[in-house]
Design a protein around this ligand. Structure first.
Ligand SMILES: Cc1ncc(COP(=O)(O)O)c(C=O)c1O
Length: 388
């Protein structure tokens, strides 16, 4: 697809043309395990869905087109994508530097899967690019960051980190799940690899779990494809189709998620019961200058804490009616989550607290409802909890 098209147009038209046989405007769901071959020794492009599938490939071309690279690699889940990233690029004796502020599941796979395979992992606060530089070792092959981070919304300066990592001859991977390429372009800032849980904003409708990796260098993409086939991590055709459909509205959704979150963050910040609000679009946000420089919009994720601490937070989460108390993020419905007992439950408490995930921290994934309904819902839940 031509690179002069705007982002919104590419999101809708992707890499797919109407089906040659039928004219179907959407890529069909090729729900088939195997593909019949013409003759022995001359395989068609597709042979077996664990290796490659036309619907999955259509999603991969569309995702790649949005970030200016030939092809993404799509996975069954975000964690399958991250596991494939680590297993494709690291072997026993290698070292990875991971930001301490990342999704708890990422820390779990590094600690419980990679470290027992003799892959050395260091964790450091990537908000300070010098801390990353200090953690690099002679055997460091990969640096992994997540910005904004889940759930503390800490930002890492991608360009500053990329310069240090490249001076060292290692690769930089960025988990861009929170903002997506609609609002942040890690490749343009120097990243080598971009990772997604497509479960979140990319598919955007709470209908699938999925993941994707994109690499600037074709050789790295080949490694991902090899490993995906070898281990069997591929996304299912139906989930790829739903994700392709979700991708078409990504720019529009991200714009409204950002507008709604800004309105709700500003309201919460002015509320008597609220102790602090973390949202990159607020002037009070610690890294608001970096946010303005690095983001094209600030997305739909807010974290906040009530003056009444954990008890007040629990009462709020149990009294909401429009918001849903649930894991996950990035879809149409506003979800409210308690990171300490839900998404980061496996991270030891001391480490959690060091990373800013206090017991009373609440994470809000702002959906596409009218934001005044969400504000009213939060207000009534605060009243019902008797804490206002
Ligand atoms: C930033 C981030 N990366 C990766 C993942 C893992 O994705 P999945 O749940 O699709 O496996 C998550 C899940 O919450 C996430 O928030």
């Amino acid at each position: 697809m031509s690179s002069e098209l705007h982002f919104q147009t590419k999101a809708i038209h992707g890499a797919s043309a109407p089906d040659r046989e039928t004219g179907a405007i959407l890529t069909p769901i090729y729900q088939s395990a195997t593909f019949v071959q013409h003759e022995v020794g001359h395989e068609r492009e597709y042979s077996y869905t664990r290796s490659d599938n036309p619907t999955v490939k259509s999603l991969e071309l569309a995702l790649g087109g949005l970030e200016g690279i030939p092809r993404a690699v799509a996975y069954a889940t975000g964690m399958a994508a991250l596991s494939s990233l680590f297993l494709s690029l690291l072997k026993a004796g290698d070292h990875i530097v991971c930001s301490a502020s990342v999704y708890g599941g990422t820390l779990r796979v590094l600690r419980k899967v990679l470290e027992p395979l003799a892959i050395e992992c260091s964790y450091c606060e990537s908000t300070n690019p010098s801390a990353i530089a200090d953690a690099l070792q002679e055997n460091t092959r990969l640096v992994f960051i997540e910005t904004p981070s889940n759930p503390t919304l800490r930002l890492t300066d991608i360009a500053a980190v990329a310069a240090r990592v490249h001076d060292h001859g290692a690769l930089l991977a960025v988990d861009n799940t929170f903002l997506t390429s609609a609002l942040q372009r890690p490749f343009e800032l120097g990243a080598d690899i971009v990772a997604y849980s497509t479960t979140k904003y990319i598919e955007g409708h709470n209908s699938t779990v999925g993941g994707a990796l994109l690499a600037k260098c074709d050789e790295v993409t080949e490694k991902f494809l090899f490993n995906r086939n070898a281990i069997g991590f591929i996304q299912s055709p139906f989930d790829a189709w739903l994700t392709l459909r979700g991708l078409k509205t990504l720019p529009v959704r991200m714009k409204v998620h950002s507008e709604n979150a800004q309105a709700i963050a500003e309201h919460l910040e002015g509320h008597d019961a609220v102790a602090r609000v973390l949202y990159p679009g607020l002037e009070s946000f610690k890294d608001s200058e970096l946010a303005k420089r690095q983001h094209l919009g600030h997305g739909g994720m807010i974290s906040f804490e009530l003056k009444g601490g954990l008890e007040a937070g629990r009462a709020l989460m149990e009294n909401v009616k429009v918001c849903s108390l649930a894991e996950s993020l990035g879809a149409l419905e506003t979800l409210i989550t308690h990171p300490a007992t839900m998404t980061q439950a496996e991270v030891p408490r001391e480490e959690r607290l060091r990373g800013g995930i206090t017991d009373g921290l609440i994470r809000l994934s702002v959906g596409l409802e009218n934001p005044s309904d969400i504000i009213q819902d939060l207000e009534q839940a605060l009243r019902a909890s008797g804490r206002e």
